[in-house]
Design a binder for this molecule. Structure first.
Ligand code: IPE
Ligand code: IPE
Ligand code: MG
Length: 243
């Protein structure tokens, strides 16, 4: 049986960029009568594993939604738990990026984060920038609408300074002012936990992404589930408006 799987895998077209809305940590914990924090902690381990799995499958870009601009609405203690987890995560990630040759980027407005967390992000991004393995992007205090607002403000400022002419604004100009500049648009966007919505994740970039929704809760997502998503991707006919 495993032999058949490998033959099938070899024949799969691997998406260059996979983006994931990691959802369902709270429900995973609830099912086990555990606090929500236990779900987030389990979920952060899944992220580490999925980076290795993605690279081993030949995925070049992986982007994960870790904290949205809307997630500040959660209780103060849940936000604090998530921020502490992120602190730990960023520290581990620096070690792992050295070991795995992984390049880490962060998208979202990190100016609202605590100074120490922001400093560790800046260090991680800068130290891993020379790496040539998986390009791993973490969306942190990210909201697609917020990203567009920031991009438009930047473009308007450039217009005012005479560096940009309104007539020259194209789709490429807008893309290049987003946090994801230089990152190709996602080919496959996955959301776990059964919710069928994008929750403000990469609205501009996902215009032509294939969408895959699974009931699996994020802490239970593994390489096998990732392969299932890629298999689904392989059944799609990407026409991009053509015939
Ligand atoms: C996703 O899990 C993690 C974050 C949004 C930070 P949730 O915390 O949203 O889990 P559910 O949706 O309540 O199960
Ligand atoms: C989306 O999940 C945000 C992240 C995964 C970070 P949410 O759980 O916050 O989304 P909604 O509230 O169900 O739309
Ligand atoms: Mg959720």
């Amino acid at each position: 049986m495993p032999k058949k799987k490998i033959t099938e895998l070899k024949d799969l077209k691997i998406p260059v960029h996979v983006a994931i809305i990691m959802d369902g940590n709270g429900r995973w914990a609830k099912k086990r009568f555990l606090p929500r924090s236990a779900g987030h902690s389990a979920g952060s381990k899944t992220v580490e594993q999925i980076c290795d799995d993605a690279w081993s499958l030949g995925i070049k870009y992986l982007t994960v939604y870790a904290f949205s601009t809307e997630n500040w609405k959660r209780s103060e203690s849940e936000v604090a738990t998530l921020m502490d987890l992120l602190r730990k995560y960023m520290k581990n990630c620096l070690e792992r990026s050295k070991k795995n040759n992984m390049r880490v980027r962060v998208i979202g407005d990190i100016s609202r984060l605590d100074d120490d967390l922001r400093d560790s992000i800046v260090r991680l991004v800068s130290e891993s920038s020379v790496n040539t393995g998986l390009c791993f992007t973490v969306a942190l205090n990210y909201g697609g609408r917020d990203e567009l607002v920031r991009a438009f403000k930047e473009m308007l400022a450039e217009c005012k300074d005479g560096k940009l002419s309104p007539d020259d604004i194209s789709e490429e100009t807008i893309s290049s002012h987003l946090d994801t500049a230089d990152i190709p648009d996602p080919d496959l966007l996955i959301r776990t936990s059964g919710e069928i919505r994008l929750s403000n994740f990469l609205p501009w970039q996902s215009a032509y992404s294939e969408l895959y929704f699974t009931d699996v809760l994020w802490p239970d997502f593994d390489k096998n589930e990732l392969i299932k998503a890629i298999e689904y991707y392989n059944t799609r006919d990407r026409r991009f408006g053509g015939v």
